[in-house]
Design a protein around this ligand. Structure first.
Ligand code: NDP
Ligand code: 2IT
Length: 451
């Protein structure tokens, strides 16, 4: 049986790599999922005949387009726009937009693929998609960002809609960008609908959407920790990133009684042995969201903190690690450092932040480990709640949204336990999340025939 599954994985991956050459991030994301579901597939050979994995790894549609715009000096700029509509078996396409210079087709496809399984886990009816551009918002004026967003949406609006595809934010796309994108969508389509989520509170946004991914990460970590009689209280937490997900993961960890000692950006990390407090957290919010500054300025303002340029925070001793920056930010040496530092739990806020060999090391050392598709699903789940509120033209209270978010994170944890727990009672959250996500999407695809 194991041999069959291994053979299936190797043959499947060889074909996928031949068909999608050079798309390393996409290969990586697929290999992890196929690794989990292969035993299930070989036990149900009709899934092989139905070519279910071949269908799931071929996007339903890929849109790539030119995004021309004019910068503040009057020079022409050309960026590349993407929307990968991966799978609509269980609902309209749903997933964020990333604006970052590293964006390419491989990154878009890995994110859209992960999103399909994540959205399936949320219990809500949402298919999987991702989009974005190699545009770099850093250092651009508000007017430049607006012109870029307007040009990007001028093409994207042909392919999205409240019942078709509902984009949201991701790296480099926050409230400001969603505002400009929504404004242009409304102008071109002459409709005020919930076609984007992460909207401002005055124009259709949901309370708690900005907080939802980071809060959800901590709710999920609480569930994992509780299974071992542990919790956030009095623990030391290392967070990477300093953007939307990191900010609210740090906030919730603090509120649950933990000491958050690190934050980072792509230039380096800060270590504050005293931990963040209310004032320091508010400074980070101002620094990153209003001033759009660098995390190094934290150490300039608070001399108890040190700044480590060009480094990641995983060498700092911690009980809980919350990677909330980007893909492949915990490599094997980082994993070893976390294990040696006594870390008990790695709960992913980012998408695919841990490399496969680092995951194996972390799981092998007996740490609690959850993949982003399970633990960061609170963001897209709350986007789903925003869509519901838009459809019924109502606005829920913060408490109502938070209660839904809690229930969803609890249910995702239960699904991971149901599908990922072995005879000895140990839960492999990677296996659990992948199988639970897969079964629902595969079933829906079978019901709908060969499309
Ligand atoms: P933001 O743009 O708000 O913040 C991203 C943070 O990560 C910044 O601090 C950024 O630093 C850092 N970062 C980006 N690229 C790199 C890199 N190559 N190396 C090191 N640091 C980097 O994005 P979000 O907080 O929204 O997203 C963070 C992660 O969470 C991503 O993986 C995203 O896909 C995932 N995610 C986001 C959700 C959401 O609702 N926003 C939902 C679920 C997952 P710098 O300023 O230097 O670029
Ligand atoms: O990776 C993600 O789940 C997101 N960036 C959020 C997507 C969404 O539609 O809210």
């Amino acid at each position: 049986m194991a041999l069959n599954a291994d053979k299936f994985i190797e043959a499947f991956m060889a074909n996928l790599i031949a068909k999608n050459p050079g798309e390393n991030e996409f290969h990586q994301a697929v290999r992890v999922v196929v690794g989990s579901v292969a035993p299930y597939i070989v036990e149900n050979p009709w899934l092989i005949e139905e070519k279910i994995m071949e269908r799931m790894t071929e996007p339903e549609r890929v849109i790539m387009f030119r995004v021309p715009w004019i910068d503040d000096r009057g020079d022409i700029q050309i960026n590349r726009g993407f929307r990968v509509q991966m799978n609509s078996a269980i609902g309209p396409y749903k997933g964020g937009l990333r604006f970052h210079p590293s964006v390419n087709l491989s990154i878009m496809k890995f994110l859209a693929f992960e999103q399909t399984f994540k959205n399936s886990l949320t219990t809500l009816p949402m298919g999987g998609a991702k989009g974005g551009s190699d545009f770099n918002p850093r250092g651009k004026s508000n007017n430049e960002v607006m012109r870029f967003c307007q040009s990007f949406m001028t093409e994207l609006q042909k392919h999205i809609g409240q019942d078709t595809d509902v984009p949201a934010g991701d790296i480099g796309v926050g409230g400001r960008e969603i505002g400009y994108l929504f404004g242009q969508y409304k102008r071109l389509r002459n409709e005020f609908t919930g076609t984007l989520t992460g909207k401002g509170l005055a124009w259709g946004g949901s309370l708690l959407r900005p907080e939802a991914t980071g809060f959800g990460v901590c709710y999920f970590a609480e569930e994992m920790l509780a299974s071992k009689g542990l919790g956030f209280k009095d623990s030391v937490v290392a967070v990477s990133g300093a953007g939307n997900v990191a900010q609210y993961a740090a906030r919730k960890a603090m509120d649950l009684g933990a000491k958050v000692v690190t934050l980072s950006d792509s230039n380096g990390f800060i270590y504050d042995p005293d931990g963040l407090d209310d004032e320091k957290w508010k400074f980070v919010m101002f620094l990153k969201n209003a001033r759009r500054g660098r995390i190094s300025e934290y150490a300039e303002k608070y001399p108890t903190a040190s700044y480590y340029p060009g480094k990641r925070p995983w060498g700092i001793k911690c009980d809980i690690a919350l990677p909330c920056a980007t893909q492949n930010e915990i490599e094997i040496d980082d994993a070893k450092a976390l294990i040696e530092g006594g870390c008990r739990c790695v709960c992913e806020g980012a998408n695919m932040p841990t490399t496969p060999d680092a995951i194996a090391a972390i799981q092998g050392a007996g740490l609690l480990y959850s993949p982003g598709k399970a633990s960061n699903a609170g963001g897209v789940a709350t986007s789903g709640l925003e869509m519901t509120q838009n459809s019924i033209r109502q606005k829920w209270t913060r408490e109502e949204v938070d209660s839904h978010l809690h229930t969803i994170m609890h249910d995702i944890h239960s699904a991971c336990v149901q599908y990922g727990t072995d005879e000895n009672g140990n839960t492999d959250y990677v296996k659990g999340a992948n199988i639970a996500g897969f079964i629902k999407v595969a079933g829906a695809m079978m019901d709908q025939g060969l499309v």
